[in-house]
Ligand binder design. Structure first.
Ligand SMILES: Cc1cc2nc3c(=O)[nH]c(=O)nc-3n(C[C@H](O)[C@H](O)[C@H](O)COP(=O)(O)O)c2cc1C
Length: 383
């Protein structure tokens, strides 16, 4: 192990430095009202900021109302949504962490139920709860899978209009004070559905060969980069493989990553799956191997020569450190592990020998925990 664990070595990004390599992966909370983040979101992000993450991402946030996954998803399509997002950016800033927001459009997977209501398409049965279905859009009229509505296929004019909404979202992200924007190009949502030949049946400039299927992703990226300052990093989340015959392959993703790099993307966040259902490959029927998406981050990093973020079933400090040591990725994103233990970064620093004395903890906690540790190490008092 190097003298200072790589997990706790700062990472320089354009214009900003992450204090460590641990990232709060974007996580929908389904707790927004009219797309506006609520007290729940503040508590959720406070936990991770106090827990020592280097970068915290706000969940998939819709660039337009019909681009939300569920009625409870956050949005960034009006200025009224900015103040609550600014509050989240401030939470991370106050704890010396960078803040990011994932801007997104759910495409044909929009108008869905919250996970605990079934994750299926909204129907009249959901109206009693106040959840009213809307018409999803997509590259073609191909539905997600049986039982899902056929999306409205976007016209070229509608695509142009939508690209502008991504740029507007990036402008609002800047106004909210975020350090990083991540474009959500994964999990079967709109951008991914343009990329995959299994969901894009167009035969115009936006469909056909890989270059045409990449066009929407690249136009969105160019539009966002044009308004997102050069001294703030731009991330892009990809589903590196569809995991379905005839779908997106890792070779496609390497080609995409090269094109994204040429357009000013700084980090590729390597997830996978999600094209035909609610779940991603991280949540299928059998448990994948720990760190099963890490090889995608490694391959994209090596072949496209760009920084990558690894995510998916990364659960302990030694595993995370090894990913960095083996140069498979530059950043480690955690989702469910942080729900389980928001203090994971502080615990990891101790496990890797980077914080013997609780010095990294907020002093309100560290002062007591140092003394608690000493007390626990004493021999037990006789009765
Ligand atoms: C509650 C929850 C919400 C999620 N929401 C998003 C999201 O908004 N955007 C996204 O790209 N991935 C989302 N994901 C996927 C995670 O970011 C992550 O890629 C996945 O859970 C695998 O990492 P893990 O094994 O550490 O949980 C979500 C996952 C969870 C558990």
């Amino acid at each position: 192990m190097p003298e200072k664990p790589l997990l706790f070595t700062p990472l320089e990004l354009p214009g900003v430095t992450a204090k460590n390599r641990i990232v709060v992966s974007p996580m929908c909370q389904y707790a927004a009202v009219d797309g506006v983040a609520t007290e729940w979101h503040f508590a959720h992000h406070h936990r991770f900021a106090v827990g020592g993450a280097g970068i915290g991402f706000v969940e998939a946030t819709g660039v337009e109302a019909r681009g939300r996954i569920t009625p409870g998803c956050t949005g960034i399509w009006t200025d009224a949504q900015v103040p609550a997002l600014a509050e989240i950016a401030k939470i991370y800033r106050d704890h010396g962490a960078l803040s990011g927001i994932q801007i997104a459009h759910a495409g044909r997977k929009a108008s869905a139920q919250r996970p605990w209501h079934g994750s299926g398409p909204l129907s009249t049965a959901d109206e009693a709860r106040g959840d009213i279905a809307w018409q999803p859009v997509g590259p073609s009229s191909e539905a997600v899978s049986a039982g899902w509505p056929a999306p409205h296929p976007l016209s070229v004019d509608e695509i142009r209009d939508l690209v502008g909404k991504w740029a507007d979202a990036a402008r609002r992200a800047l106004a909210a004070g975020f350090d990083i924007v991540e474009i959500h190009g994964a999990h079967g949502y709109l951008i991914h559905s343009f990329l995959s030949p299994l969901s894009n049946r167009r035969n115009d400039a936006y469909g056909g060969d890989l270059n045409r299927r990449m066009r929407f992703a690249l136009e969105v990226t160019e539009a966002v980069r044009a308004v997102w300052p050069k001294d703030r990093p731009l991330f892009y989340r990809t589903s590196a493989v569809d995991g379905i015959d005839g779908g997106v392959t890792i070779e496609d993703t390497v080609a995409l990553a090269k094109a994204l790099k040429a357009r000013g993307v700084d980090v590729i966040d390597c997830s996978s799956g999600g094209l035909r259902g609610s779940s991603t490959l991280a949540t299928g029927r059998a448990r994948p191997k720990l760190g099963f998406q890490v090889p995608y981050a490694e391959r994209v990093r090596r072949e496209a020569d760009i920084k990558t973020m690894a995510v998916g079933l990364i659960v302990d400090a030694a595993q995370a450190e090894e990913i960095l040591e083996r140069k498979q990725a530059d950043l480690i994103a955690l989702a469910r592990e942080l729900l389980y233990n928001p203090f994971w970064p502080l615990h990891a620093a101790q496990a890797l020998g980077a914080d013997a004395e609780f010095a990294a903890w907020p002093e309100q906690y560290g002062w007591y925990l140092t003394r608690r540790a000493k007390a626990l190490a004493l021999p037990e008092a006789a009765d």
